[in-house]
Design a protein around this ligand. Structure first.
Ligand SMILES: Cc1cc2nc3c(=O)[nH]c(=O)nc-3n(C[C@H](O)[C@H](O)[C@H](O)COP(=O)(O)OP(=O)(O)OC[C@H]3O[C@@H](n4cnc5c(N)ncnc54)[C@H](O)[C@@H]3O)c2cc1C
Length: 406
């Protein structure tokens, strides 16, 4: 049996590791178009960017590990064609691989911004290791003027890191609050206040007209005012890398559609990680999660599914971030959190609290901010579907675990 994994991120890496761990004795080939073994990205906007963590925190297993485990890892190689009928993958070096099962773990790429000047040199996005190296070379010594367009997770994380390195940071957001789509306006305000307090010039409800400069970017024109910049980062989200799947005729809708065992619409073709819009059996709808934990846990599920095991990916989506002195974990079903009631337990002003999203009396999401060792209980509350007493939920004196028995 030959399993081909296409992708060089965490989903590809964890799938390959699982095949090795379970003692799969067939052939495994990993096709990764970046010049690295599969790696994880969260440190690229945090510790690695700041120079506090090395590449060993990013690249979890060396190319030797793959060789030692009998995995044929082909780096700097792109899969350019997938033929589900013939069960073949064509690579950009002309090689043709036959597969019995193939995993598409092609991830996502930064969205571009359709404004004049977006293609000037000095305008960056952040996805790859080299993007982070490049930003680090500019920001490590401080004293630079960084303008970030977009106050999503990556924009805010880079903003925080750059600020801590002693740079002037401006963040431009078209909504009235950062992160409103992810955590709602009330919780987005917590992040806005944090950044403002730490000296970030965070401007909301703005309209970015163009990036200025001739040859290289030297500023951003926003609502008629030009903000001078040494460096401009565009952080306006990511789009799933679906081109290969689309050409292969797979069903696509906001990513590659899969069932709960991560099977796509074509036989023996699976998808996992940022690129997959997987059916979640608990909430009975498709979910595409662009988070580390999703890639980390879906890769192994896909590996087992490819081996013919009966599996189902039922994780509650989980995300974490670190910005300045704020550490946060968020668990929950985004589609159910929209429009849900918010209950806060703890001290919002001191940024030490847990926020719960309640829908129909049940917890559908929870975000612990600078409160630790509660994520398991938060997830248990969500998973249990228990009807909770809102007053008790908001009362720090009531042990969280006790609400599970309610
Ligand atoms: C800077 C940054 C910080 C982040 N921080 C956090 C965080 O704090 N918390 C969190 O939960 N999440 C975070 N994330 C999100 C998290 O990193 C992603 O969810 C995760 O990387 C998804 O993994 P993946 O394996 O699905 O895809 P990716 O990591 O995108 O990997 C896909 C790989 O496949 C390659 N590829 C694509 N097409 C082909 C092809 N045809 N042939 C060969 N190779 C191909 C791509 O080049 C890429 O290397 C962060 C992301 C970034 C960019």
């Amino acid at each position: 049996m030959h399993i081909v994994i296409i992708g060089g991120g965490l989903a590809a890496g964890t799938a390959a590791k699982t095949l090795s761990d379970v003692g799969f004795d067939g052939d495994v080939t990993v096709i990764a178009d970046e010049p690295h073994p599969p790696y994880q990205r969260p440190p690229l906007s945090k510790g690695y960017l700041a120079g506090k963590e090395g590449a060993n925190k990013v690249i979890l297993r060396s190319s030797e590990w793959y060789a030692d485990h009998g995995i044929d890892l082909r780096m700097s190689t792109q899969a350019v064609e997938l033929d589900p009928a013939a069960h073949t993958v064509t690579l950009d070096d002309g090689a043709l691989l036959n597969y019995d099962a193939v995993l598409l773990a092609t991830g996502a790429s930064p969205r571009s911004l359709p404004i004049p000047g977006a293609d000037l040199s000095g305008v960056r996005t952040l996805r790859r290791l080299e993007d982070s190296d490049d930003l680090a070379a500019q920001l490590r010594n401080g004293g630079k003027r960084l303008v970030i367009i977009g106050s999503g997770w990556i924009g805010l994380e880079v903003g925080a890191t750059a600020r801590e390195l002693g740079n002037e940071v401006t963040v431009l957001e078209r909504d009235s609050v950062p992160l409103a789509a992810a955590v709602g306006a009330e919780m987005g305000e917590v992040f806005r206040a944090l950044h403002v307090e730490k000296g970030v010039d965070l401007r909301t409800s703005v309209h970015v007209e163009r990036i200025t400069g001739s040859g290289s970017a030297d500023g951003v024109l926003v609502d008629g005012e030009t903000l001078p910049a040494d460096l401009v980062l565009i952080g306006v989200g990511a789009a799933p890398n679906i081109a290969l799947a689309e050409r292969a005729g797979l069903r696509i809708d906001n990513g590659i559609l899969t069932d709960s065992a991560l099977r796509t619409s074509a036989p023996d073709v699976y998808a996992a990680g940022d690129v997959a819009n997987a059916y979640h059996p608990v909430i009975q709808r498709h979910l595409r999660s662009e988070h580390w934990a999703n890639a980390r846990h879906a890769g192994p599920v896909a590996a087992r599914a490819m081996l013919g095991q009966r599996v189902s990916f039922t994780d509650i989506p989980y995300f974490y971030t670190d910005q300045f002195d704020l550490g946060m974990e968020l668990s929950g079903y985004a589609p159910l959190m929209t429009g849900a009631d918010l209950i806060v337990r703890g001290d919002r002003e001191a940024r030490e609290f847990i926020a719960f999203w309640i829908d129909g009396g049940r917890v559908v999401g929870g975000m612990n901010v600078n409160v630790w060792d509660v994520n398991e209980t938060v997830q248990a509350l969500i998973r249990s579907g228990t009807l909770v007493d809102a007053d008790k939920l908001g009362d720090s004196a009531v042990p969280l675990e006790s609400l599970l028995d309610a």
